[in-house]
Design a protein around this ligand. Structure first.
Ligand code: HEC
Ligand code: HEC
Length: 306
């Protein structure tokens, strides 16, 4: 089989529990691809392409993204995983958490900001130290789906863990993080707005709220999840200023609805000042900073406020 097909087989075996280091899996793929290439055998090749990722239980965090959500396509992610094992695992590790040869991709800004390959594709085509892997647009999007799946799995402590396992953190360290490096106390108070947060949300929803507060949750939580709008203040060259809910913004124009519901649109240009206020910007910025442990600790801490 081809290197990719062998990658797919090995990835399937890993998902069934095959044990080995990243290094060893990479060696196995290397060995198989070199010694058992296509067209070299008499027996029909196993149907590598048919191997499917095991179905996972639905989970809220699966459906969330940093700014807008990338809904992970499981089939595409399974293909991406095969490509990843074939071409990336040596340096970025089996779970994409990095090795001495390459950085952690679950915490990578390139990956966090990526949507369906929008950042990963251009990065691989230009800045990548391991050269430019020859990937089609579809393959980049498969890898993107796989990496976003890894991000989701990491945030909820593993693909097969029950949701309650989210409460694995240390509440005392969560408190220290909340008031210290997390800077949560700059915007929140556990005696004020978050006083009863532990009875408002169960642990998975609470974690979702900390990680992606701008994402609406579902089901019985839906009503408590109205997303706060992004507002914008436009000041024209003549000094007139208007604030309202942002409709659309690009390099050339900005449009909004003002308080009385009127639609207004402005050409952008020198002298026109545009200030965007995203109520969730603080949280989105945090996404690039905290570790898994910080998240677990702070969720455990907040769950104590019943
Ligand atoms: C030979 C080792 C090697 C291989 C193979 C490799 N990478 Fe990398 N990759 C690196 C290194 C080293 C960096 C760090 C570059 C830097 O910091 O400038 C990196 C950086 C990246 C980043 C950006 C991370 C960040 O936030 O800075 C992405 C995304 C990435 N690689 C994806 C991939 C994908 C997808 C594949 C497989 C198609 C792959 N890499 C294969 C070594 C490798
Ligand atoms: C820059 C300000 C800012 C910072 C810093 C910040 N938040 Fe928030 N947070 C917000 C805003 C704004 C909301 C949305 C409130 C709303 O929708 O009513 C929010 C929402 C939340 C919610 C959901 C509250 C609810 O009742 O639905 C939780 C939980 C939360 N933040 C926890 C945290 C934690 C934990 C940290 C630190 C790791 C943190 N926040 C840091 C501004 C911030």
């Amino acid at each position: 089989m081809t290197r990719e097909q062998w990658g797919s087989i090995v990835s399937n075996m890993i998902s069934r529990g095959a044990k080995g280091s990243d290094e060893e899996f990479a060696q196995v793929v290397d060995y198989l691809a070199k010694n058992l290439p296509p067209g070299n055998n008499t027996a029909p090749a196993p149907q590598a392409a048919k191997t499917k990722a095991p179905k996972r239980p639905p989970n809220l965090i699966d459906q969330a993204g940093a700014n807008d959500k990338q809904v992970v396509d499981e089939e595409s992610a399974a293909k991406g995983k095969a490509l990843y094992i074939a071409q990336c695992v040596t340096c970025h590790g089996t779970r994409a958490r990095g090795s001495e040869r390459g950085p952690d991709l679950v915490r990578s800004l390139v990956v966090l900001h990526d949507r369906y390959g929008s950042e990963i594709g251009p990065f691989l085509a230009k800045g990548h130290p391991a050269g430019q892997p020859a990937l089609t647009q579809d393959q980049v999007s498969d890898i993107s789906n796989f990496l976003h799946q890894q991000v989701g799995d990491t945030l909820r402590t593993g693909p097969y863990n029950s949701v309650l396992n989210i409460l694995v953190g240390d509440p005392r360290e969560g408190k220290a993080y909340f008031n210290g490096p997390g800077k949560c106390s700059q915007c929140h108070s556990t005696t004020g707005d978050l006083a009863h947060i532990g009875s408002k949300y169960d642990p998975p929803v609470l974690q979702l709220k900390v990680v992606f507060p701008q994402t609406a949750a579902f089901g019985r939580h839906a009503s408590s999840n109205a997303r706060k709008p992004v507002t914008v203040t436009v000041t024209t060259a003549r000094g007139e200023s208007v604030t309202g809910v942002l409709d659309e913004i690009d390099d050339f124009s900005v449009s909004l609805h003002d308080e009385s519901g009127h639609y207004l649109s402005f050409q952008r240009g020198p002298g026109v000042k545009v200030e965007k206020h995203d109520p969730y910007a603080g949280h989105v910025a945090l996404l690039d900073e905290y570790t898994d442990k910080d998240i677990h600790d702070v969720v455990a801490y907040l769950e104590t406020f019943k």
